[in-house]
Design a protein around this ligand. Structure first.
Ligand code: ZN
Ligand code: ZN
Length: 574
């Protein structure tokens, strides 16, 4: 923990040095804000000319000069008026706006050399302590994240204590670029997004759609096995229900709302209301609980265009969503079951490492203080009983309850939001959910919202990047491709394809009149796990020559033997 705080301080200090360098090199550039972020820092600049990659090298060189001067970061607390004068003289309009927003009568200023910035701190002692740094990229960012405001230029950079750490980070960034799911999505022909449809909306191509249905079929089966029931709810619902659920009040800015025949509707941003209405269609007794409704529910949420990113941040997505209705006594047990389910599911998909976080009560919330305390206690208790370590995100919970988030770690150490288990005492109140207890008295059930993989879109993005596109056999949309060397062996190749299809193996035949080397290279680019090369020798011996996408050759094996081994490999989800 201490280490991370130091790293934040180091990176934030580097952002001051960058701002200083920029203003020295490009006088008149106005400053926005310059915080440290996960993996680095940024600063927002307002400047007429656009920064180029060449500028980044110049800024880096100037930063190095500032670092070599080893200027002290000095803090001064001054009155608001004095601060306003200072920044007005500098023409720093954004800083003036920030000062207006500060409630205190005093503000703190940090100076290093001739450079002064409005800042709460903390910083390292002097610029010389920032040793290993690099500027990484330039992006547009609206002032205060609001598209009505002016677009500023954001320069991202990173800093580490040691040069080796910086080099390792840069290596990982390069590796991440190669795995970028947006690039792989095009290369593997899985999905596309189109301006004509709108930003953040995904079109699945046949192979991507197949991958998604493989995941979804697996999930449906697992849920049924574990005592969940499938339900399906419509994509639009009248606004009345969103008023009742509280979304209209707390979440409206993210909802698509429209009017038909004088009635207002919203496209569902969440699946909860439908599930609660199903619950309410009968009188429930303690004997019926827990009730677990599962839906692969497509939801639409308005996200600002600036935050959209490939499949990771989209406006339309499908959740593997479930709502569990249980008694207070069952709560811990249900949370433990979901934890097991989530962790086992992630393992099946090849993710063995994960991080767990609990998010607690935010500023805007519904429900009582006691409800929040007992729900948060149940989440912590379940994790502790299972011996899973966790961190706390103070104030980061959803408005209706505290939650557990599980973030999986991918092959190159990045974390991806995955499962969420969310307690909710408030919604069962709002929807007047009931069950009859053993004593004949009516009680409120507790409701859990939970997703395992989260958004199908984001999870597919994570899968593609984790495996760099080379999905495990059981998930690969095309598992085997049959490659006849010449047209003479085409009939036998067809025969092999049919035999595989009979065993439900997803197989394609590349019967084009192309050189075999070309066909193999193409299949490798498509990351197809197995290539079966068919020449005359194979046709005569009823065999196939097996080649793996990794380049390994298994040589000729009997067709029956190949089928037997691949069926086993698929069954074991390798
Ligand atoms: Zn600062
Ligand atoms: Zn829900």
């Amino acid at each position: 923990m201490v280490y991370e705080m130091d790293l934040d301080t180091l990176r934030h200090s580097a952002s001051h040095i960058m701002a200083q360098a920029v203003q020295e090199l490009y006088p008149g550039t106005k400053l926005g804000i310059g915080p440290s972020i996960e993996n680095g820092f940024y600063y927002d600049f307002d400047r007429e000319e656009t920064f180029t990659p060449d500028d980044l090298s110049k800024i880096e060189a100037r930063m190095l000069e500032i670092i070599l001067k080893n200027l002290r970061f000095e803090r001064k607390d001054i009155g608001k008026d004095e601060a306003k004068d200072l920044f007005r003289k500098k023409g720093e309009d954004y800083k003036l706006e920030l000062i207006e927003g500060i409630e205190d009568n005093k503000v703190s200023i940090y100076t290093n050399g001739n450079f002064a910035d409005l800042c709460k701190g903390p910083h390292v002692n002097s610029t010389g302590q920032v040793k290993a740094f690099k500027l990484l990229s330039i992006a547009g960012a609206y002032w205060k994240g609001n598209e009505k405001n002016r677009m500023l230029q954001r320069i991202y950079g990173t800093a580490f204590e040691r040069e080796e750490e910086l080099q390792e980070y840069i290596r990982l960034l390069e590796e991440a670029k190669l795995r970028d799911h947006r690039k792989l999505g095009v290369q593997l022909d899985y999905f596309s997004m189109h301006e004509e449809i709108g930003a953040g909306l995904v079109l699945y191509h046949p192979k991507g759609a197949l991958l998604r249905s493989i995941i979804e079929d697996f999930e449906k089966k697992e849920h049924l096995k574990r005592g969940y029931q499938l339900v399906i709810s419509p994509h639009i619902m009248k606004s009345d229900i969103w008023v009742q659920s509280g979304h209209y009040e707390y979440y409206k800015e993210h909802m698509y709302i429209f009017e038909i025949e004088g009635k207002e509707y919203a496209i569902k941003p969440m699946n909860c209301p439908g599930h609660m209405l199903v619950y309410k269609t009968r009188i429930r007794s303690y004997r019926d609980l827990p009730i677990r409704y599962f839906e692969l529910g497509s939801v639409y949420r308005h996200e600002k265009s600036g935050v959209l990113h490939g499949l990771l941040r989209v406006r339309g997505f499908t959740q593997d969503d479930a709502h569990i209705f249980c008694t207070k006594e069952d709560l811990i047990n249900e949370i433990k079951n979901v934890l097991d389910f989530a962790i086992e599911t992630m393992k099946v998909f090849g993710f063995d490492n994960f991080e767990v976080e609990i998010s607690t009560k935010p500023e805007k919330y519904i429900g009582s203080e006691e409800d929040w305390d007992s729900a948060t206690g149940a989440l912590k208790g379940s994790l502790e009983e299972k011996g899973i370590s966790y961190s706390i995100n103070e104030g980061e919970g959803a408005f209706y309850g505290p939650k557990i988030d599980i973030k999986l770690k991918d092959a190159i150490g990045r974390s991806w939001q995955c499962a969420t288990i969310q307690c909710d005492f408030a919604l069962s109140e709002r929807f007047d959910l009931k069950y009859v207890g053993q004593d004949g008295i009516t009680y409120r059930p507790i409701m859990l919202h939970r997703v395992l993989l989260g958004s199908m879109e984001r999870f597919i993005g994570a899968l593609l990047e984790h495996y760099a596109g080379a999905l495990p056999l059981w998930l690969a949309p095309v598992q085997v491709i049959v490659l006849p060397i010449t047209s003479k062996t085409h009939d036998y190749a067809e025969h092999v394809k049919r035999l595989l299809e009979e065993k439900d193996i997803r197989v394609e035949l590349d019967g084009r009149n192309e050189k075999i080397g070309f066909k193999i290279r193409e299949a490798q680019l498509q990351k197809i796990p197995y290539m079966l090369i068919i020449g005359e020798k194979e046709a005569q011996g009823l065999s196939v020559s097996v080649r793996m996408r990794s380049g390994g050759d298994q040589g000729a094996v009997g067709i029956d033997q190949f089928i037997e081994s691949i069926v086993l490999e698929i069954k074991e989800k390798r």
